[in-house]
Design a protein around this ligand. Structure first.
Ligand SMILES: [Mn+2]
Length: 338
């Protein structure tokens, strides 16, 4: 839950501001866009002028939760540096890390004193003037819901859907360790506001292209098991990608069927990129920390979901990462302990 102090800070800052700019991290996800969209709905209902400005475009599958009165604008320094400097308040949602702001890092740094950060990630080197950070929240939209509810606001169906998408995508549809009782309580309230879980799921997860499914087939046909069958991995070559015209396909969720196998505790996907680099997607269960593993290769993420992009030859990267994954598994003890 949100503390009384945090709520007071949120209400006072928002009440005092007439024009606000909402910003989120690079490669925005469901929680990032959901937070921006629902917060925009609240602020617009209070008569504020609000603009959403992001480094990267909203992914097509998330456009349905954008606020129609505050669509995310793609950052253009010539247009937006002035807007950001003139805003009464900048609100940074679902991110506190300056290095996850891409080309907006400089202008937001310049306006850090005037920025309110609302986030559920552990803060690192955060320069922001005002911070509401709750690492116990499963999504930033959970925090937006609690903050605005404490101000007496109830989201309409559209804003409720945006909050729901944040909760659902950050918890893997309410199944990750991070899922809380509070998340379910909020979800219940959102359903009463008109959210339809089946429709939301379809919008986000049932939009795979034919190329995605064909590539998944190629990847799974080379399934490899290590560490006493507890580490499942697949590799995707550039040749396979080109055979099914899948260069634009995001493969990181292809780890899901690997982790779904009985006894598998770490899943890894190795993908050859066209520029001589290799992308590694890592997933794990319980205490097994693939974030630390990714960090050894310059990657990042969370304990149970991390990624690496590194220069190298596909099979050499695969060997190096798998060796460390086996060591991680050996250190962790039997499955019951994670
Ligand atoms: Mn989030």
């Amino acid at each position: 839950m949100i503390s009384a102090d945090s709520h007071k800070m949120f209400r006072e800052l928002c009440d005092a501001a007439g024009e606000l700019v909402l910003v989120t991290h690079i490669n925005p996800d469901g929680d990032a866009i959901g937070s921006q969209s629902s917060l925009a709905a609240y602020l617009l209902s209070r008569g504020k002028k609000v603009r959403a400005i992001n480094t990267d475009c909203t992914p097509a599958m998330l456009e349905f939760i954008e606020n129609p009165d505050c669509r995310a604008e793609l950052y253009d320094p010539d247009v937006h540096d002035r807007v950001i400097a003139d805003a009464d308040l900048v609100v940074l949602v679902d991110n506190s890390a300056p290095d996850r702001l891409g080309s907006m890092e400089r202008v937001l740094h310049d306006n850090a004193a005037n920025t309110l950060c609302i986030d559920h990630h552990p803060a690192r080197n955060a320069p922001w003037g005002h911070n509401i950070v709750n690492v116990a929240a499963c999504a930033t939209t959970e925090m937006i819901f609690d903050l605005t509810e404490a101000c007496g606001w109830t989201p309409d169906r559209r804003a409720a859907e945006a909050v729901y998408v944040g909760l659902a995508t950050d918890t893997g549809f309410f199944r990750f360790n991070s899922t809380t009782a509070r998340a379910h309580e909020i979800a219940a309230s959102l359903l009463r506001s008109g959210v339809e879980p089946a429709r939301t799921f379809q919008e986000i997860y049932e939009r795979n292209s034919t190329a995605y499914t064909r590539l998944l087939g190629h990847a799974l046909s080379e399934l490899r098991l290590d560490g006493g069958d507890a580490i499942a991995s697949v590799r995707i070559t550039l040749e396979q990608v080109d055979r099914v015209a899948a260069r634009d396909v995001d493969t990181s969720e292809m780890t899901t069927p690997l982790l779904a196998m009985h006894g598998v505790r770490i899943a890894a996907l190795f993908r050859e990129l066209p520029d001589g680099r290799v992308k590694v997607s890592l997933r794990s269960k319980g205490e097994l920390d693939v974030h630390a593993l990714a960090g050894e290769f310059g990657g990042g993420g969370h304990r149970n979901a991390s990624g690496i992009v590194v220069e190298g030859v596909l099979d050499e990267v695969l060997q190096a990462v798998m060796r460390r994954a086996e060591e991680l598994l050996a250190r962790s003890g039997p499955a019951g302990s994670s």
